[in-house]
Design a binder for this molecule. Structure first.
Ligand code: NAD
Length: 407
């Protein structure tokens, strides 16, 4: 295996996991972030997010001097053969559903003067089709002599199982316009591909394509999963009316290999840092390109309705009439095994109850710190596991919102 120097710009859930896993695979990796506090913590071996297995791997690779952290781009980018961009691409603040690409373009401007020899600049952030072209244009505008290839390498990890997903991926998708870039990316992934293949023979397909197709694969994949979730939520609502058993219906469906059992669990609607924004962004891409994505339009409506349905259900279950009630919420993060609160259903449901004068006591094994920043100040947080039972005695209803094993 050839060791490469890799720079990762953006040290969040994706950037940090990518950096740690490449260093574990033997490469020299520098993770860069403009958030000084985050980098200071990482340099002290404190991992700023919760992700199973991440802590030990960060400490190990940092100690063995394959993994470095910095707020400065200069040295890391100049020395790197491959530069990954893994900054956030949230929904635009205008609320129109477009992806906000300002962080990606800012990075393009910052790295342009640092491209001193051939490099591959890789978008790992989830970005609309055409973003790589725009990044290339920005770089060349700032540094016409820069020699580089653009590539798109979307990330498919799931928070809560991010290390496992990165080290044993179902597939690695790489879009590039030259064989040289495809080969370089294949080479840096080689230790991961061969390790994964030992255990899971048919796994870890390295799939190469053009840049635009790679960019679209990510949005199309997340949107398809959102379709599956909304579909099973509606079937679940129908089961309630018919007094059929949704768990059995989902299991019976999932036994069909063409359908598969994944993402067939009914719940309060999808949330998290990716699905809502990615579905919206794909709808905008389609709209701009005058192509209807009618199924996806319905998915958004179904998801909003599902959250409203949950609020109604919780109120009905707790026999809310005019009297204010106390609710105990177990689980606040958008799914178990993460501290990520972005677009969690707790953010819709808890304020709706507090607004009507109800009391909410809330617990989460890892998400309390983030939840305190986001949920209404009237929310009563309990930090200790031992307090759950006494809190449940004060409550008229217990809402199990996130299926942490603890509960
Ligand atoms: P995040 O918000 O956790 O991390 C982004 C980081 O980038 C932040 O730490 C921020 O400070 C840093 N940053 C922003 N501008 C910077 C700059 N100019 N220089 C250096 N650092 C900068 O985001 P995330 O969840 O890791 O997501 C990153 C991308 O990956 C997004 O496009 C997202 O859609 C995609 N993605 C996320 C997941 C997931 O599960 N979180 C999975 C697959 C893909």
């Amino acid at each position: 295996m050839k060791k490469e120097n890799i720079a990762i710009i953006g040290t969040g859930y994706v950037g940090l996991v990518t950096g740690v896993c490449f260093s574990q695979a033997g490469h020299n990796v520098t993770c860069i972030d403009k958030d000084q506090a985050k980098i200071n913590k990482l340099k002290k071996g404190i991992v700023p997010i919760y992700e199973p297995g991440l802590d030990e791997m960060v400490k190990k690779n940092f100690k063995e001097k394959r993994l470095f952290f910095s707020t400065r781009l200069e040295k890391a980018v100049a020395n790197a053969k491959v530069v990954f961009v893994a900054v956030g691409t949230p929904s635009s603040r205008r609320g129109d559903g477009y992806a906000d690409l300002s962080y990606v373009y800012e990075v393009a401007k910052e790295i342009a003067p640092l491209i001193n020899n051939y490099k591959v600049i890789v978008n790992k952030s989830t970005v609309p089709v055409g973003t790589a072209d725009e990044v290339k244009r920005i770089i060349l505008e700032k540094n016409p002599k820069a020699v580089f290839d653009m590539a798109s390498n979307p990330e498919f990890l799931k928070e809560g199982a991010a290390i496992e997903d990165f080290m044993k991926p179902d597939r690695i998708v790489v879009g590039a316009s030259t064989n040289k870039a495809h080969k370089l990316l294949k080479d840096i992934y080689e230790p991961i591909i061969s390790e994964a293949k030992k255990e899971l023979k048919d796994k870890a397909a390295f799939f190469t394509t053009d840049i635009k197709s790679a960019e679209l694969i990510k949005y199309a994949s997340n949107s398809f999963l959102a379709v599956k979730i909304s579909f099973i939520n509606e079937i679940s609502n129908l089961c309630e009316q018919l007094k059929a058993n949704i768990d059995d219906v989902a299991k019976g469906m999932g036994l069909d290999k063409r359908i598969a059992p994944y993402f067939l669990k009914p719940g309060p609607g999808y949330g998290g840092s990716c699905f809502p924004k990615d579905v919206s962004a794909l709808l905008r891409i389609a709209q701009e390109n005058e192509t209807a994505l009618r199924i996806l339009e319905s998915v958004v409506e179904v998801n909003i309705a599902q959250k409203a349905r949950m609020i109604k259900k919780i109120k009905t279950g707790a026999k809310v009439n005019r009297k204010a009630k106390t609710f105990l919420f177990l689980g606040l993060t958008f799914k178990p095994e993460t501290d990520d609160m972005r677009d969690s259903s707790a953010i819709t449901i808890i304020p709706a109850l507090i607004e009507k004068g109800h009391k909410v006591i809330a617990h989460d094994p890892k998400g309390i710190k983030e939840a305190k920043k986001i949920l209404p100040k009237e929310t009563i947080f309990i930090d200790k596991e031992e307090e759950i039972y006494s809190a449940s005695k004060k409550a008229q209803a217990v809402v199990l919102l996130t299926e942490w094993d603890l509960y």
